[in-house]
Design a binder for this molecule. Structure first.
Ligand SMILES: C[S@@+](CC[C@H](N)C(=O)[O-])C[C@H]1O[C@@H](n2cnc3c(N)ncnc32)[C@H](O)[C@@H]1O
Ligand SMILES: *[C@@H]1O[C@H](CO)[C@@H](O)[C@H](O)[C@H]1NC(C)=O
Ligand SMILES: *[C@@H]1O[C@H](CO)[C@@H](O)[C@H](O)[C@H]1NC(C)=O
Length: 242
């Protein structure tokens, strides 16, 4: 990392001292109540811009359906349920998120998507899905979640564990920009405030590296430029088969 970049990242960190302090004394937890409200609004815009990408990605979910029973999808960090509209009709969805304050928005989205059946809402982080049995789902979905988990490796290990052999992990995630770009520079400098406003989101994660190392038998991964602001423009999309 260049000295220039280090300097400006330090400046950003100093400006964020009050926020760091709030987190240290536990005040940041209040934001967990406000964030679902913000996300509910932001995600309409995101879905509008990413509609075709999501449609193309989730069309491939049906390939993992076994004859004679509904496709079982478990979503890690489901948030307000922005992906439900893209799931094949008749699928069974298990929702998980560590933030219980999403429940009301989730209920609204469920009502709007009655072509699916909903198994349950589990309040759990991706790192610990212990209430979900081994090899019990056909697909696991993560969209804009691996940027926020505290342990990507452990989350992928859990996803792999609960997938049946031949099942797939579907992802759509924003990632770190190419180091030669200004986006990369600003991602690093603006990371400290972004972390707080984005509910613990890291824009500087090279998430594809974790996916390459997660022990899936097949990985379909593409780097794309999303039609979004530079901070979250670089995305990866695809799926990994167990
Ligand atoms: C930007 S939101 C995305 C929500 C939803 N997946 C979507 O695409 O609209 C990030 C979500 O990840 C959840 N999250 C944060 N930390 C997590 C963790 N350790 N494990 C699972 N989910 C987590 C948050 O509660 C939030 O719902
Ligand atoms: C979906 O599957 C088709 C056919 O296998 C493949 O060409 C395409 O790249 C897949 N889409 C995504 C987003 O991975
Ligand atoms: C995982 O979560 C369960 C509750 O769902 C808890 O009993 C268990 O201690 C947790 N395991 C770890 C390693 O944190």
């Amino acid at each position: 990392m260049s000295v220039f970049l280090r300097f400006w990242t330090l400046v950003a960190n100093i400006l964020c001292l009050p926020l760091h302090l709030m987190e240290a004394i536990g005040l940041y937890a209040i934001y967990k109540r406000i964030f679902p409200f913000c996300l509910y609004r932001i995600s309409f815009k995101y879905n509008e811009k990413m509609h075709d990408k999501k449609k193309e990605l989730f069309r491939n979910l049906s390939e993992f359906e076994k004859p004679g029973r509904p496709l079982t999808i478990l979503e890690i960090g489901c948030g307000t349920g922005t992906n439900f509209q893209f799931y094949p009709a008749g699928s069974k969805v298990v929702c998980t998120d560590p933030n219980p304050h999403f429940q009301n928005y989730l209920k609204t989205t469920m009502k709007e998507n009655q072509q699916l059946t909903y198994d349950r809402f589990v309040v759990a982080s991706g790192e610990n899905l212990s209430s979900v049995e081994d090899e019990s789902v056909d697909a696991v979905v993560c969209t804009l979640v691996l940027c926020s988990v505290s342990d990507v490796r452990q989350t992928l290990r859990e996803a792999h564990r609960i997938l049946r052999p031949g099942g797939a992990f579907f992802f759509l995630e924003h990632v770190a920009a190419d180091p030669s770009t200004w986006s990369h520079f600003f991602q690093h400098v603006l990371q400290p405030p972004w972390y707080y406003f984005g509910d613990g989101c890291w824009v500087t994660r090279e998430t594809w590296k974790y996916l390459e190392e997660a022990g899936f038998s097949e990985l379909k991964l593409r780097h794309i430029d999303a039609p979004l602001i530079f901070m979250i423009k670089p995305h990866i999309v695809g799926y990994a088969v167990k």
